[in-house]
Ligand binder design. Structure first.
Ligand code: GDP
Length: 184
């Protein structure tokens, strides 16, 4: 089978969702990047970055085979709601993909998803979106099926993860990277 190598991609990824669902924790778990914390309070936004290598099997008519690629994932994480409102413009600008996050232990954070989806559609338009049910290490108040149904309804990818244990965190960024790569 054929393999195509691609590299030098750089994807801006934004995280949205209620306060305290674990957006910062997910980003930090992914990038192991603890040192830029101060930026968040001064600019209202924090960044984490990490290069990933991944691959996917394409059954495309133009190329059927394996794509291997590397992509730098630049993850943007807004501070509190008031900050977020101020920086909305630059926050969404040129984002290639989004993580819409809720907390499986917090039903309200799931109920609020419509608001975040509307925000995303208004400010960014159609990009690959991954719906993330975080805190899978805690007792669940939102079933896996509810999360999955919501994602299917909106054409999003779906994953449950724990920033605390690290479960599915790398997998989630890989999943999103592949979806973005397909559109490049
Ligand atoms: P943000 O406001 O969405 O950025 O949320 P934070 O990342 O600041 O997390 C809010 C709180 O939830 C903090 O006390 C975190 O330690 C905690 N937290 C984040 N992710 C997890 C997780 O996967 N499991 C558990 N048990 N707690 C988490």
């Amino acid at each position: 089978a054929k393999t195509l190598l691609r590299s030098n991609y750089s994807f801006k990824i934004i995280e949205i969702g209620d306060t305290a669902v674990g957006k910062t924790a997910i980003k930090v778990r992914f990038t192991d990047n603890y040192f830029k914390k101060d930026l968040k309070t001064t600019l209202g936004v924090d960044f984490g970055t990490k290069e990933i290598k991944t691959s996917y099997l394409s059954t495309d008519l133009l190329f059927s085979g394996t794509y291997r690629f590397t992509a730098r994932m630049n993850v943007w994480d807004a501070a509190g709601q008031d900050q977020y409102d101020k920086i909305r413009g630059i926050y969404f600008k040129d984002a290639k993909g989004a993580l819409i996050c809720y907390d499986i232990n917090n039903a309200l954070s799931f109920k609020h998803l419509d608001k975040w989806v509307a925000d995303l559609e208004e400010n960014l338009g159609k990009v690959p979106v991954l719906l993330v049910g975080n805190k899978s290490d805690l007792e669940r108040k939102v079933s896996r099926q509810e999360g999955l149904n919501y994602a299917i309804e909106h054409g999003f990818l779906f994953i449950e993860c724990s920033a605390k244990t690290g479960e599915n965190v790398d997998e989630m960024f890989e999943k999103l990277a592949i979806e973005i790569f397909k559109k490049e």
